[in-house]
Design a protein around this ligand. Structure first.
Ligand SMILES: NC(=O)c1ccc[n+]([C@@H]2O[C@H](COP(=O)([O-])OP(=O)(O)OC[C@H]3O[C@@H](n4cnc5c(N)ncnc54)[C@H](OP(=O)(O)O)[C@@H]3O)[C@@H](O)[C@H]2O)c1
Length: 286
Protein backbone atom coordinates (compact mmCIF):
# COMPACT_ATOMS: atom_id res chain seq x y z
CA UNK A 1 0.00 0.00 0.00
CA UNK A 2 1.26 3.49 -0.83
CA UNK A 3 0.24 6.08 1.76
CA UNK A 4 0.83 9.81 1.42
CA UNK A 5 0.53 12.72 3.85
CA UNK A 6 0.39 16.34 2.69
CA UNK A 7 1.67 19.29 4.76
CA UNK A 8 3.98 16.76 6.39
CA UNK A 9 6.40 19.44 7.64
CA UNK A 10 3.76 20.92 9.97
CA UNK A 11 3.25 19.85 13.58
CA UNK A 12 0.24 17.73 12.67
CA UNK A 13 1.89 16.19 9.62
CA UNK A 14 5.14 15.28 11.42
CA UNK A 15 3.22 13.39 14.12
CA UNK A 16 0.98 11.70 11.54
CA UNK A 17 4.03 10.49 9.58
CA UNK A 18 5.62 8.97 12.70
CA UNK A 19 2.34 7.32 13.73
CA UNK A 20 1.84 5.90 10.27
CA UNK A 21 5.35 4.43 10.33
CA UNK A 22 4.39 2.61 13.56
CA UNK A 23 1.09 1.37 12.11
CA UNK A 24 2.39 0.03 8.80
CA UNK A 25 4.96 -2.60 7.80
CA UNK A 26 7.94 -2.85 5.46
CA UNK A 27 5.77 -3.64 2.42
CA UNK A 28 4.06 -0.28 2.71
CA UNK A 29 5.42 2.98 1.35
CA UNK A 30 4.94 6.31 3.07
CA UNK A 31 5.29 9.47 1.03
CA UNK A 32 5.49 12.96 2.51
CA UNK A 33 4.18 15.63 0.14
CA UNK A 34 5.70 18.96 1.08
CA UNK A 35 6.31 22.32 -0.51
CA UNK A 36 9.89 22.54 0.84
CA UNK A 37 11.83 19.27 0.43
CA UNK A 38 14.96 20.52 2.25
CA UNK A 39 12.90 21.36 5.33
CA UNK A 40 11.24 17.93 5.10
CA UNK A 41 14.60 16.13 4.96
CA UNK A 42 15.61 17.84 8.21
CA UNK A 43 12.33 17.14 10.00
CA UNK A 44 11.13 13.73 8.83
CA UNK A 45 12.40 10.16 9.33
CA UNK A 46 14.89 8.91 6.69
CA UNK A 47 12.85 5.89 5.64
CA UNK A 48 10.02 7.82 4.03
CA UNK A 49 9.90 9.18 0.49
CA UNK A 50 9.68 12.94 0.08
CA UNK A 51 7.93 14.52 -2.90
CA UNK A 52 7.47 18.20 -3.71
CA UNK A 53 3.91 19.52 -3.95
CA UNK A 54 2.37 22.94 -3.34
CA UNK A 55 -1.41 23.28 -2.90
CA UNK A 56 -1.25 26.51 -4.92
CA UNK A 57 0.11 24.54 -7.92
CA UNK A 58 -2.30 21.81 -9.03
CA UNK A 59 0.17 20.22 -11.48
CA UNK A 60 2.77 19.78 -8.72
CA UNK A 61 0.17 18.04 -6.54
CA UNK A 62 -0.95 15.75 -9.37
CA UNK A 63 2.66 14.73 -10.04
CA UNK A 64 3.30 14.14 -6.31
CA UNK A 65 0.19 11.97 -5.98
CA UNK A 66 1.06 9.49 -8.74
CA UNK A 67 0.68 5.90 -7.52
CA UNK A 68 -0.72 6.92 -4.11
CA UNK A 69 -3.49 4.64 -2.76
CA UNK A 70 -4.50 6.42 0.45
CA UNK A 71 -3.97 10.08 1.23
CA UNK A 72 -4.09 12.10 4.44
CA UNK A 73 -4.90 15.60 3.18
CA UNK A 74 -4.10 18.10 5.95
CA UNK A 75 -5.85 21.43 5.55
CA UNK A 76 -3.80 24.50 4.63
CA UNK A 77 -3.38 27.73 6.54
CA UNK A 78 -5.71 30.67 5.80
CA UNK A 79 -4.38 34.06 4.72
CA UNK A 80 -2.07 33.01 1.85
CA UNK A 81 -1.91 34.72 -1.55
CA UNK A 82 -3.93 31.88 -3.12
CA UNK A 83 -7.14 31.53 -1.07
CA UNK A 84 -7.22 28.41 1.08
CA UNK A 85 -10.37 27.11 -0.56
CA UNK A 86 -8.74 27.41 -4.01
CA UNK A 87 -5.66 25.55 -2.70
CA UNK A 88 -7.95 22.80 -1.41
CA UNK A 89 -9.88 22.59 -4.68
CA UNK A 90 -6.53 22.17 -6.48
CA UNK A 91 -5.68 19.24 -4.20
CA UNK A 92 -9.08 17.60 -4.82
CA UNK A 93 -8.69 17.96 -8.61
CA UNK A 94 -5.14 16.58 -8.40
CA UNK A 95 -6.04 13.56 -6.26
CA UNK A 96 -8.96 12.76 -8.58
CA UNK A 97 -6.76 12.98 -11.70
CA UNK A 98 -4.07 10.86 -10.01
CA UNK A 99 -6.73 8.23 -9.19
CA UNK A 100 -6.07 8.18 -5.44
CA UNK A 101 -8.39 5.51 -3.96
CA UNK A 102 -9.12 7.11 -0.59
CA UNK A 103 -8.65 10.52 1.03
CA UNK A 104 -8.94 11.48 4.69
CA UNK A 105 -9.34 15.26 4.96
CA UNK A 106 -8.83 17.27 8.19
CA UNK A 107 -12.00 19.35 8.51
CA UNK A 108 -13.89 21.46 11.08
CA UNK A 109 -16.45 20.31 13.68
CA UNK A 110 -19.90 19.79 12.23
CA UNK A 111 -18.60 21.37 8.99
CA UNK A 112 -21.78 21.05 6.94
CA UNK A 113 -24.09 22.71 9.48
CA UNK A 114 -21.66 25.00 11.29
CA UNK A 115 -22.21 28.74 10.99
CA UNK A 116 -18.67 29.54 12.15
CA UNK A 117 -16.65 31.66 9.72
CA UNK A 118 -13.86 29.09 10.09
CA UNK A 119 -16.10 26.30 8.76
CA UNK A 120 -16.76 27.66 5.28
CA UNK A 121 -13.48 26.56 3.56
CA UNK A 122 -13.90 23.13 5.12
CA UNK A 123 -17.53 22.79 4.03
CA UNK A 124 -16.60 23.68 0.45
CA UNK A 125 -13.66 21.24 0.52
CA UNK A 126 -15.87 18.45 1.86
CA UNK A 127 -18.35 19.24 -0.95
CA UNK A 128 -15.61 19.07 -3.58
CA UNK A 129 -14.41 15.72 -2.22
CA UNK A 130 -17.95 14.34 -2.26
CA UNK A 131 -18.42 15.50 -5.85
CA UNK A 132 -15.13 13.81 -6.86
CA UNK A 133 -16.62 10.41 -5.93
CA UNK A 134 -13.32 9.43 -4.32
CA UNK A 135 -13.84 7.30 -1.17
CA UNK A 136 -13.24 9.53 1.83
CA UNK A 137 -13.34 10.24 5.53
CA UNK A 138 -13.83 13.71 6.94
CA UNK A 139 -11.73 14.09 10.05
CA UNK A 140 -13.38 17.00 11.82
CA UNK A 141 -10.90 18.16 14.42
CA UNK A 142 -12.01 20.17 17.43
CA UNK A 143 -9.55 22.53 19.19
CA UNK A 144 -5.86 21.83 19.82
CA UNK A 145 -4.96 22.62 23.46
CA UNK A 146 -1.86 24.20 21.95
CA UNK A 147 -4.12 27.03 20.70
CA UNK A 148 -4.32 28.16 24.33
CA UNK A 149 -0.58 28.78 24.72
CA UNK A 150 -1.18 32.39 25.81
CA UNK A 151 -3.37 31.35 28.74
CA UNK A 152 -0.99 28.54 29.67
CA UNK A 153 2.01 30.92 29.69
CA UNK A 154 0.11 33.34 31.94
CA UNK A 155 -0.59 30.47 34.34
CA UNK A 156 3.07 29.38 34.33
CA UNK A 157 4.03 32.98 35.21
CA UNK A 158 1.37 32.96 37.97
CA UNK A 159 -0.47 35.84 36.31
CA UNK A 160 -4.23 36.23 36.07
CA UNK A 161 -5.70 34.06 33.31
CA UNK A 162 -8.45 35.91 31.40
CA UNK A 163 -10.76 34.74 28.66
CA UNK A 164 -13.93 36.14 27.12
CA UNK A 165 -15.72 33.17 25.53
CA UNK A 166 -18.61 31.38 27.19
CA UNK A 167 -19.62 27.88 26.10
CA UNK A 168 -17.37 24.81 25.66
CA UNK A 169 -14.65 23.40 23.42
CA UNK A 170 -13.47 19.81 22.94
CA UNK A 171 -9.76 20.44 23.56
CA UNK A 172 -7.25 17.63 23.05
CA UNK A 173 -3.52 17.53 22.28
CA UNK A 174 -2.64 18.12 18.62
CA UNK A 175 -0.61 14.90 18.68
CA UNK A 176 -3.75 12.97 19.69
CA UNK A 177 -5.72 14.35 16.75
CA UNK A 178 -2.79 13.57 14.42
CA UNK A 179 -2.32 10.02 15.72
CA UNK A 180 -6.02 9.30 15.19
CA UNK A 181 -5.92 10.77 11.67
CA UNK A 182 -3.02 8.45 10.79
CA UNK A 183 -4.96 5.50 12.22
CA UNK A 184 -8.03 6.31 10.07
CA UNK A 185 -5.81 6.05 6.99
CA UNK A 186 -5.05 2.42 7.86
CA UNK A 187 -8.61 1.28 8.71
CA UNK A 188 -10.25 -1.17 6.31
CA UNK A 189 -13.73 0.30 6.85
CA UNK A 190 -13.34 3.91 7.95
CA UNK A 191 -16.45 5.96 8.71
CA UNK A 192 -17.36 8.84 6.42
CA UNK A 193 -17.28 11.37 9.27
CA UNK A 194 -15.25 11.49 12.47
CA UNK A 195 -15.93 14.23 14.97
CA UNK A 196 -12.63 14.21 16.85
CA UNK A 197 -12.76 16.07 20.17
CA UNK A 198 -11.92 15.85 23.82
CA UNK A 199 -14.72 16.15 26.41
CA UNK A 200 -16.55 19.48 26.16
CA UNK A 201 -15.04 21.92 28.69
CA UNK A 202 -15.35 25.62 29.49
CA UNK A 203 -12.54 28.16 29.85
CA UNK A 204 -13.19 28.14 33.61
CA UNK A 205 -12.43 24.39 33.61
CA UNK A 206 -9.37 24.95 31.44
CA UNK A 207 -8.19 27.56 33.96
CA UNK A 208 -8.56 25.06 36.80
CA UNK A 209 -6.56 22.51 34.77
CA UNK A 210 -3.79 25.10 34.22
CA UNK A 211 -3.71 25.68 37.99
CA UNK A 212 -3.40 21.93 38.60
CA UNK A 213 -0.67 21.58 35.96
CA UNK A 214 1.41 24.51 37.25
CA UNK A 215 0.68 24.28 40.97
CA UNK A 216 0.11 28.06 40.88
CA UNK A 217 -2.92 29.77 42.41
CA UNK A 218 -3.69 32.64 40.04
CA UNK A 219 -7.09 34.21 39.40
CA UNK A 220 -9.10 32.96 36.42
CA UNK A 221 -11.75 35.36 35.22
CA UNK A 222 -14.08 36.05 32.34
CA UNK A 223 -13.96 39.53 30.83
CA UNK A 224 -15.75 41.07 27.85
CA UNK A 225 -14.29 40.53 24.36
CA UNK A 226 -13.33 44.23 24.29
CA UNK A 227 -11.57 44.02 27.68
CA UNK A 228 -9.76 40.86 26.54
CA UNK A 229 -8.49 42.60 23.42
CA UNK A 230 -7.38 45.62 25.48
CA UNK A 231 -5.49 43.31 27.86
CA UNK A 232 -3.66 41.79 24.88
CA UNK A 233 -2.82 45.27 23.56
CA UNK A 234 -1.45 46.23 26.98
CA UNK A 235 1.13 43.41 26.62
CA UNK A 236 2.49 45.17 23.52
CA UNK A 237 0.47 43.52 20.75
CA UNK A 238 -0.74 45.85 18.00
CA UNK A 239 -4.50 46.31 17.56
CA UNK A 240 -4.85 43.94 14.56
CA UNK A 241 -2.86 41.12 16.17
CA UNK A 242 -4.76 41.52 19.43
CA UNK A 243 -8.06 41.39 17.52
CA UNK A 244 -6.92 38.28 15.66
CA UNK A 245 -5.87 36.47 18.87
CA UNK A 246 -9.11 37.49 20.54
CA UNK A 247 -11.12 36.17 17.56
CA UNK A 248 -9.73 32.65 18.16
CA UNK A 249 -12.23 32.35 21.02
CA UNK A 250 -15.23 33.19 18.79
CA UNK A 251 -15.92 29.60 17.64
CA UNK A 252 -15.97 28.55 21.29
CA UNK A 253 -18.30 31.36 22.33
CA UNK A 254 -20.74 30.69 19.48
CA UNK A 255 -21.00 26.99 20.36
CA UNK A 256 -19.29 25.68 17.18
CA UNK A 257 -16.84 23.59 19.22
CA UNK A 258 -19.31 22.30 21.80
CA UNK A 259 -19.92 18.67 20.86
CA UNK A 260 -20.53 15.36 22.53
CA UNK A 261 -18.52 12.62 20.81
CA UNK A 262 -16.20 9.73 21.67
CA UNK A 263 -14.81 9.30 18.12
CA UNK A 264 -11.30 10.38 19.15
CA UNK A 265 -10.69 7.93 22.03
CA UNK A 266 -12.61 5.25 20.10
CA UNK A 267 -10.23 5.46 17.13
CA UNK A 268 -7.13 5.77 19.32
CA UNK A 269 -8.30 2.78 21.37
CA UNK A 270 -7.54 4.47 24.70
CA UNK A 271 -8.60 7.37 26.91
CA UNK A 272 -7.38 10.84 26.04
CA UNK A 273 -4.74 12.57 28.12
CA UNK A 274 -6.47 14.53 30.89
CA UNK A 275 -6.33 18.33 30.59
CA UNK A 276 -3.88 18.92 33.49
CA UNK A 277 -1.50 16.19 32.24
CA UNK A 278 -1.76 17.48 28.66
CA UNK A 279 -0.99 21.02 29.80
CA UNK A 280 2.03 19.76 31.78
CA UNK A 281 3.24 18.02 28.62
CA UNK A 282 2.98 21.26 26.65
CA UNK A 283 4.79 23.23 29.37
CA UNK A 284 7.63 20.69 29.42
CA UNK A 285 8.18 20.72 25.65
CA UNK A 286 11.44 22.21 24.50
N1 LIG B 1 -8.25 22.40 15.04
C1 LIG B 1 -7.36 23.29 15.47
O1 LIG B 1 -7.31 23.65 16.67
C2 LIG B 1 -6.36 23.86 14.52
C3 LIG B 1 -5.41 24.79 14.97
C4 LIG B 1 -4.45 25.26 14.09
C5 LIG B 1 -4.46 24.81 12.78
N2 LIG B 1 -5.41 23.94 12.35
C6 LIG B 1 -5.42 23.40 10.96
O2 LIG B 1 -4.63 22.22 10.99
C7 LIG B 1 -3.61 22.29 9.99
C8 LIG B 1 -2.37 21.58 10.48
O3 LIG B 1 -1.95 22.18 11.70
P1 LIG B 1 -0.41 22.31 12.05
O4 LIG B 1 -0.30 22.57 13.50
O5 LIG B 1 0.34 21.18 11.44
O6 LIG B 1 0.00 23.65 11.28
P2 LIG B 1 1.50 24.13 10.99
O7 LIG B 1 2.46 23.49 11.92
O8 LIG B 1 1.42 25.62 10.90
O9 LIG B 1 1.80 23.52 9.54
C9 LIG B 1 1.11 23.92 8.40
C10 LIG B 1 1.55 23.02 7.27
O10 LIG B 1 0.84 23.40 6.07
C11 LIG B 1 1.80 23.46 5.03
N3 LIG B 1 1.35 24.34 3.96
C12 LIG B 1 0.93 25.61 4.09
N4 LIG B 1 0.62 26.10 2.87
C13 LIG B 1 0.85 25.10 1.98
C14 LIG B 1 0.76 25.00 0.57
N5 LIG B 1 0.37 26.04 -0.19
N6 LIG B 1 1.07 23.84 -0.03
C15 LIG B 1 1.49 22.78 0.70
N7 LIG B 1 1.63 22.81 2.04
C16 LIG B 1 1.31 23.97 2.66
C17 LIG B 1 3.05 24.00 5.70
O11 LIG B 1 4.19 23.81 4.89
P3 LIG B 1 5.59 24.59 5.22
O12 LIG B 1 6.29 23.76 6.25
O13 LIG B 1 6.28 24.60 3.91
O14 LIG B 1 5.24 25.97 5.73
C18 LIG B 1 3.05 23.12 6.96
O15 LIG B 1 3.52 21.82 6.63
C19 LIG B 1 -3.42 23.80 9.74
O16 LIG B 1 -2.90 24.02 8.46
C20 LIG B 1 -4.84 24.32 9.91
O17 LIG B 1 -5.60 24.14 8.70
C21 LIG B 1 -6.34 23.43 13.20
Amino acid sequence: MKYAITAATGNFGQTAVKELLNLTNNDDDIIAIVRNTDKAKDLLPDEIEIRQGNYADEASMEAALQGVDRLLFISSQPGAEVARVVQHQNVVKALTAAKVNFVAYTSFPNAQASTSALASDHKLTEDAIKQSNVAHSFIRNNWYIENEMGLIQNGVANHTVSYWASNNAGWALEREFAAAAAKVLTLSNPKEVYEFAGPARSYAELGTAIKQATGNDFAVHQVSAQEYQSELESTGLDKDTAALFSSFQAPINDGSLNEDTTDLPDVLGHDLTSLPVAIKEIINRK
